[in-house]
Design a protein around this ligand. Structure first.
Ligand code: EPZ
Length: 422
């Protein structure tokens, strides 16, 4: 995080035209560690050019893997020289998903030391379910002095029953189980699109994973995985953020290269608000001319409304006609962006995990600070809607998950720029 930058957004510009969505962050951060499980060279394509991916390149190199990386194009990982099993504190803090090195290294060499991860401050984010999963496979797993240490002589397939649906826990157990002896069955597994994409990537390396995308995933362990050439799926949350930006500016935007079915929960809400949404094979058109109606939202696991779009969506709802009620069920502190947007004239009350938004006619610009990735995206949306020029500080948070966001928005007609070295 630089802390010495700000975005400047002059609101009121209507977004129009076509834009291409980038590869998925949350799938990339799982598939990149998965390459460590291979016995040969893996090439991963369609990776987004974002900070989380850059951090993982450094982590793989730190572990000894040979990585060729062309940002925005491909990454080739030769895991064979990798002998390390410890991730440095500095690198682990750069992204939440550094904890996927636990499952990947456990599967690769039976041992991993990874400092508790960094990432976005959206409430307490325990890893008890991950550790429970590793233990079910026969590993010892503990957190000692801020470092999560896992170790196993031989991982053995087993039933893993998650108390809650956890994306990270599901990914980590899949990574650890693909080369375990015997069969692992994950019950109450997460069903998000990136879980399916990770399973497809691992299967393309010779793994035997069935049921990804349902709540029961069956993994038959194999001895070896071979190399692969795999392209990750488009980013569901970037797609949604662009859809919301189009609606927020009463624009007409076609988002190309996306998977419309991944967006069904958001599309349904936008339609309910009075926004036109049209699905094509691999594109979505969002067209908004009239007034927006208030809607209620409850975040849920996939295929429910994603928590990652709650923040951008709540920015949009600040000017919808009527009262919207948002219930955040996944994370404890995912309304901090609303404290900022309130300073732009929004009428918002937050009580615990519920936000009540009374729509106002318009927002006005203010200096704002991003507190996490999607909060940053929400502030950008608010800035696009507001009268005047909004300043968004700490845009580094946004760079963690959105590839070239200013260029993409500018190509659609937004007036957005960045100042550095303040
Ligand atoms: C993933 O986080 C995503 N991150 C998040 O995206 C996303 O918001 C979240 O899933 C929900 O969809 C990545 O994929 C890298 P969880 P994760 O484990 O894995 C609790 C973004 O903006 N829990 O499904 O951390 C947890 O506290 C980010 O792109 C436990 O209690 O989410 C939360 O309340 C932010 N114990 C709930 O489960 C555990 O061991 C769901 O968390 C694990 C989780």
């Amino acid at each position: 995080m630089t802390g010495k930058e700000r975005m400047l957004i002059t609101g009121g510009r209507t977004l129009e035209g076509q834009v291409r969505v980038s590869g998925g962050k949350n799938t990339a951060v799982a598939v990149i560690p998965a390459t460590l499980l291979s016995d040969d060279v893996c090439t991963i394509e369609n990776l987004p050019d974002i900070e989380d991916v850059h951090a993982l390149v450094d982590i793989l190199r730190e572990l000894g893997a040979k990585v060729d990386y062309e940002p925005g194009r491909f990454m080739t990982v030769d895991p064979r020289p990798a002998e390390g099993y410890e991730v440095s504190y500095h690198n682990a803090q750069r992204l939440r998903a550094s904890y996927y090195l636990l499952g990947a290294l456990l599967g690769r060499c039976g041992k991993a030391h990874v400092p508790t991860p960094g990432g976005c401050e959206i409430g307490s984010r325990p890893v008890d379910q991950h550790l429970k999963g590793f233990r079910a496979l026969g590993a010892e797993a503990d957190e000692v002095g801020g470092i999560i240490k896992v170790e196993a002589g031989q991982l053995t397939g087993s039933g893993v029953f998650f108390d809650i649906s956890t994306v990270g826990g599901t990914v980590n157990v899949m990574l650890a189980a693909v080369k375990a002896k015997g069969t692992t069955i994950i019950y109450n597994a997460a069903k998000e699109p990136h879980i399916v994409d990770l399973a497809n990537a691992l299967n393309s390396m010779g793994a035997h994973i069935k049921g990804a995308g349902t709540d029961t995933i069956r993994i038959r362990g194999v001895q070896n995985l071979h190399g692969t050439n795999y392209a990750v799926i488009p980013d569901q949350i970037e797609t949604g953020t662009l859809m919301i930006a189009a609606a927020a500016t009463h624009g007409d935007v076609v988002i190309n290269g996306c998977i419309p079915t991944h967006m069904d929960a958001l599309s349904a809400k936008l339609l309910e608000m009075g926004v036109m949404v049209t699905d094509y094979d691999d594109a979505i058109r969002v067209h908004s001319t009239g007034m927006h109606r208030a809607v209620n939202i409850k975040t849920q696991v996939y295929p429910g409304f994603p928590t990652d779009l709650q923040q951008p969506m709540s920015a949009l709802l600040t000017t919808a006609h009527g009262t919207s009620i948002i219930q955040e069920t996944i994370f404890e502190q995912r309304f901090r962006h609303l404290d900022e947007i309130r300073r732009m004239g929004a009428h918002v009350r937050v009580a615990d995990r519920i936000a009540i938004i009374e729509g106002v006619n318009e927002l006005y610009s203010a200096p704002l600070t991003a507190s996490d990735l999607r909060a940053g995206a929400a502030l950008v949306i608010a800035g696009l809607m507001a009268r005047g020029t909004t300043e968004v500080y700490e845009p580094g948070y946004i760079d963690r998950g959105y590839e070239h966001i200013e260029e993409k928005l500018r190509s659609l007609g937004a007036e957005i720029s960045r100042e550095t070295g303040l």
